[in-house]
Design a protein around this ligand. Sequence first.
Ligand SMILES: *Cc1c(COP(=O)(O)O)cnc(C)c1O
Length: 457
Amino acid sequence: MPPKPVNSELKNFWKLGNEELNTQYFDITRGGDLMIKEGNYQYNVVELIKKYGSPLEIVVPSIIESRLKNIIDYFNAYIKLLDYKGKFFYHYPMKVNQNKEYVLPLISEGANLETSSANELWIIKRLWEQEKFNSKIRVLCNGPKTQKYLSLIDELDRKGVIISPVIEEERELEFFKKYPGEVGIRVDLSVKVKSHWDKRFNHFGFPEEELLKIGKIRNLAILHYHISSQIESLDGITAPIKRAMYIYKKLKEKNPQLDTINIGGGAGVPYEKRKMYTTKSLINKVVKTFKSEADKLGIKHPNIICEWGRFAVAPAQVSIFKVISQKEIEGSTQAKAWYMLDGSFINDLKDTWAIKQKWHVTPANNLNDKKLKHVWLSGSSCDSDDIYTNGGHILMPKLEEGYDQYVAVFDTGAYQDSLASHHCLLSSPAKIILHNGAVTVARKRESPEEVGKLFGW
Ligand SMILES: *Cc1c(COP(=O)(O)O)cnc(C)c1O
C-alpha cells in the first residue's frame, strides 16, 4: 500500500510548518517522521537518530542565518520606509550560545558582537589573531568586568579591534577614563516590563539619576540598556525605548558625540506556540517608536543597536530523546503515565528546572498516530526535579512493543548549552550540524572517561 500523504491537519495539530510560530523549518514525512527542512533540502530526523544515536542535539545554521538576515533586512527596510535618519547595527550577544556553529554563521551574515565575560572576549581575540573576521566588526563588552576582562579589552583596543566597553558602574568609569576608543554606558531604566528577568532590584547599570549626575564622559557614543529577555508584548519593547530616548536627550546635552541607543536583548520566541508578534511587526514598531520619540523631543535620530540573541538562535536547535520506559501514574487527572527519556532536562535543558521554561514538544516519529496519550516526561538523572509536565500534560503516541518512540523538543538553541551540567555524571548529548545537505558531528557523545576526567578521575 502506498504511504498516506501527510495532510495539513496533522501539521496544524502538531503546530509544525507555521512561520508565525517559527516552525516553518519542520514538516512530517509520509511515514509520520519529523522532517527538518534546510531550504528545499529535507532531513528525516529518525534516520539521523538511527545513525547518530540519542539523545541528540540537531543544529541548523541556515535557520540562524535566515533569522539574522530577516532582522537586518526589516530594520533597513523600515528605516528607509519611515525616513529614519539613524543607522541599524545588530550585535550578537555571545552568552546566548557561544558554540562555533552559531557564532561563525552570524558573523558571516553581518552580525557585530557583544561579550559578557573575559573568556568570550578571548574567543574574539583568537579569531582576530587568525584574521577570521572583517576589521569593521564592532565588539561591545558588557557584564561585570574582572581585571582579566578589563585588561583584555585594553589589549584588543591596542591591537586595532573596534571595541567599546559598556560601563556599568563607578569602578569601570574610573578605569576607562583615558580609554582611546568609543565607550558606552548602561542605564538601569526606571521602567519595568513583564518578564522573569526584570527584577525589582537590578544590579546592572547606573540608576537614571546617578547617570545624569556624571556629566561629561570621555568618548561616550552609546547609551545602553538591557531590561530583560523573552519580553512577550510589544509594549514591553517600546516602553523602555521611550524612556531611554528621554535619558539619551539629557545625556547628550553634556555629551554631544553620543549618537547611538543600544536596546539590548528582549525579543521573544513563541516557545508555547501561541502567536506573539512577527519579526516584521516587531521591527516596524521599534523603528516607529524611535522616530516618533526622537521627533517629539526634537533630537537627531540616534543609531539603533539591538542584541536579540535568543530571538535569532533559539529556533535553530532541536533536541531529540528516546523513550526508554513508561510507568503508570496513580491518581493524577492530568497525565496517565511517565515516559522516561534517555536524556535529562535538569542537565541539558536546564531552564526547564531553573525558570520553569515551557517548550514545544512533539513526537519525533509516529506523528500520524491516532492513539495518543497524556504523559509527563522524566529525565534519566535520579532527581525528582528532572521532569517536564508542560504545566499539564504532553501528548505522545501510545508505546508499541517493538517500536522506539522519540521525542522532539524545539527551540533549544538559546542558553541551554552553556547552562548544561553533569548531574548524576550523565554524558552530554551528541550534537550534529545540518548544513548544505551534509551532516557533521559538532560534539561526540561524551564517554565515561571524558565525564570522569572533569571530576578528577
Ligand atoms: C543576555 C543579554 C542579551 C541577550 O538577551 P536575549 O533577549 O535573551 O537575547 C543581550 N544583551 C545583554 C547585555 C545581555 O546581558
